[in-house]
Design a protein around this ligand. Sequence first.
Ligand SMILES: [Zn+2]
Length: 384
Amino acid sequence: MHNFAIKRGIWGLMAAGLCLLTLAPSMAAIPKGYGLGPEPDSAARMDPIPKGYGFRPSTEETPVTERFLRPEVCPEIQPLPQLEEEAPAAGPAETTDTVLVSATEQQLKERAASQLRGRGLTKEQNEVLSLRLVSETTLLVLLEEGELTTADLIYLALPNSRAALLDRYNAWAADHPADAPAEVVRQVNLDRDVSFYENIQIVTDPDSLTVLVNKNHALPSDYVPQLETLGSGYGSGSLRPEAAQAFRAMADAARKDGVSLRGVSAYRSFQTQRSVYNRYLYYNSQAVVDTFSARPGSSEHQTGLALDINTANVQAHFETTPAYDWLQKHCAEYGFMLRYLQGKEDITGYRFEPWHYRYVGTEIAKTCMERGITYEEYLALQSN
Ligand SMILES: [Zn+2]
């Protein structure tokens, strides 16, 4: 079993070394996970990772030196030492230097290949790992220093695995020995190894149209999106302009088919969500309230990208209405997806809400609606 504390220490030292020894400030690389996410209508179907979720996909065009920093590392780069100057790590300072690989891509590939030799991995795993170790050189250094086990490598050979989650993959696997590596990665990427609200990450890109907000990813309490009212004839409330326009277009199309779609609850502020949640708490236990109302910060309504259509009441049985049928067929054409699916309560943390739709853009919405998957599942499958 590897020691994540050591890894973390190494990453910390790397960060410190990088910050202290900055020599090329003009190369302000964008750390992975901090760059622009895909346009919602991007033609790329599975590759992009929406902002704030994980690492950006690297590209062949990106210089090696701009790719290897982890998000917590300062965004400055120092020139990298020559390979031949590398000596066996004598201590933390040396470790820091060896991380800063000045090697060419070819040299990095050779270093990766020598580390992967004799590990018993398949050709396909070796190919994925080789590319990954070259683009995420912190991983190569950890491997060279004996910090990555073969189990770690098997996870890293899966395109949708996240290096930062290695310890959680191993912990899940220890508790679920029957799960294959792909399933381990899927479950942990879905945050199934933590209870709802137990490990809340504050999203760093609240303005992204593809931001994930749920019981493990919350908006900053002071976040207020740019808003536009839905307008008369479209119900009450307001949404982000992109979502408001898409909703009006969708409602117009539905009307032509004889179906009325009206927003009954759209954007909610942090304060409003807090009042709503607390009001429910007055009558119910927190465990019950958590199944149908979000704690402040964790409501998609606070993004300005989600709305309840026609009702927000279980007793209305919206799922039996022509409006629901119409939405099932057409919502993705306008960039909306049904967010809280039946039978997916353990992933979303909410019971089935046939009325709650989220704007994510047409590409993602179509993928999710066609496959019948939640947004969490879509993201968990995305490659790095
Ligand atoms: Zn809702």
